[in-house]
Design a protein around this ligand. Structure first.
Ligand code: DAH
Length: 356
């Protein structure tokens, strides 16, 4: 408001009493330095204040003026009062205009300034990888299934041919919610849900979260992601399993990738196999990524156990199937060269930002 200099331009009055002329000049001087509403109020009080104002004081003097000059003096006081009043009104207006101009200047928006760019998020690396895997299996005719993360013992164990007393059922390995309910420890549970819902032929994959009572370390986390696969039809053989996973790793990592199947054991498959694929970095000669072996573990697999088929009412004489389970986070950790799998779940933006 400092530059809102306000100057009153009143013409001098001719023939005015000297006291009044002085007071008038004093008012003009005072008014010229007013730059705020508070100062303006003080100015009004000083001159027009009903009891203590300088003009009120003049009026009180009217009676003591010699009678031949009284009327003229009184009139001059009135004129001065009117003039001061009018000037204060004008001053009020100019001050308001100056205040508004300052505010407008302060609040002025420059529409040509560049805006603040919003921070774009992006998908989590595990989601990116999961989508890529899904795309590959969908292109092979698979559909994507989902299942609950809390399961009864029937889906977690019984239907998967995991016998009573099996160590996986132990509460030291599985998070029990209450007596018969537990957080699923594998996506194999979705095999059962799917076969109960649909009849063969069926080809499904089921990506999802699973939970185990593992102590977190660079390669373990109590919550992680798996991807289950299931194919049930007439005349499905081990050759179909091998061909499917062979095709998958080639589409995933390159057409020169080879697979190998090592005999293994899972209660819900017979026979069972661990699947490895040749290292996509060194091609099999051995490097840091494959830890010198030339092979990388893909996951577990096998032919669906006849007892599992029977449990869901599918005749094992008529239908056969294969199943497999992959660890998505481990694939992601290797793909992005992450040496501690827990980083994937800490949601530290500085870490996640690297995987756009
Ligand atoms: N469910 C097994 C696990 O979590 C992985 C697995 C092995 C899934 C063999 C399968 C399979 O479908 O056939 O360790």
């Amino acid at each position: 408001m400092g530059d809102a200099a306000i100057t009153l331009r009143l013409p001098p009055l001719v023939g005015m009493d000297e006291n009044l002329t002085n007071l008038r000049q004093q008012f003009l001087d005072d008014a010229s330095s007013v730059s705020s509403a508070e100062q303006l109020t003080a100015l009004r009080d000083k001159y027009l204040g009903r009891k203590t104002g300088l003009i009120a004081a003049l009026r009180k003097r009217v009676g003591s003026i010699p009678s031949d000059q009284r009327a003229a003096f009184g009139q001059q006081v009135n004129e001065l009062s009117t003039e001061v009043d009018a000037e204060l009104a004008a001053l009020t207006q100019r001050l308001a205009a100056a205040t508004e101009a300052t505010a407008l200047e302060r609040e002025r928006i420059d529409a040509t300034l560049p805006g603040t760019r919003p921070r774009w998020g992006h998908l989590h690396p595990i989601t990116l990888l999961r989508q890529k895997i899904e795309d590959i299996f969908v292109s092979m005719g698979y559909s994507v299934e989902d299942g609950p993360e809390i399961e009864t013992s029937f889906y977690n164990f019984d239907a998967l041919n995991i016998p009573p007393g099996h160590p996986a059922r132990d509460s030291a390995d599985t998070f029990y919610v209450s007596g018969d309910l537990a957080l699923r420890s594998q996506t194999s549970t979705v095999q059962i849900h799917t076969m109960q819902r649909k009849s063969p032929p069926l080809r499904v994959i089921a990506p999802g979260r699973v939970f185990r009572r593992d102590t977190p370390d660079p390669t373990h986390n109590p919550m992680f992601f798996q991807l289950e696969g299931l194919n049930v039809d007439r005349h499905i053989t081990l050759a179909d399993l091998k061909g499917t996973l062979q095709k998958f790793v080639q589409l995933m990592y390159g057409s020169n990738i080879r697979t190998r199947f090592r005999p293994s054991y899972f209660p819900f498959t017979e026979p069972s196999a661990e699947v490895d694929f040749s290292c996509y970095i060194c091609g099999g000669t051995g490097c840091r990524v494959c830890k010198g072996s030339g092979w990388i573990e893909l996951g577990g697999s096998g032919m669906v156990h006849p007892r599992v088929l029977e449990t869901v009412g599918i005749n094992p004489e008529e239908f056969s199937g294969f199943a497999f389970g992959l660890g998505i986070d481990r694939m992601a950790a290797r793909m992005y060269d992450i040496d501690d799998i827990r980083l994937l779940f800490e949601n530290d933006v500085r870490f996640l930002e690297q995987f756009v």
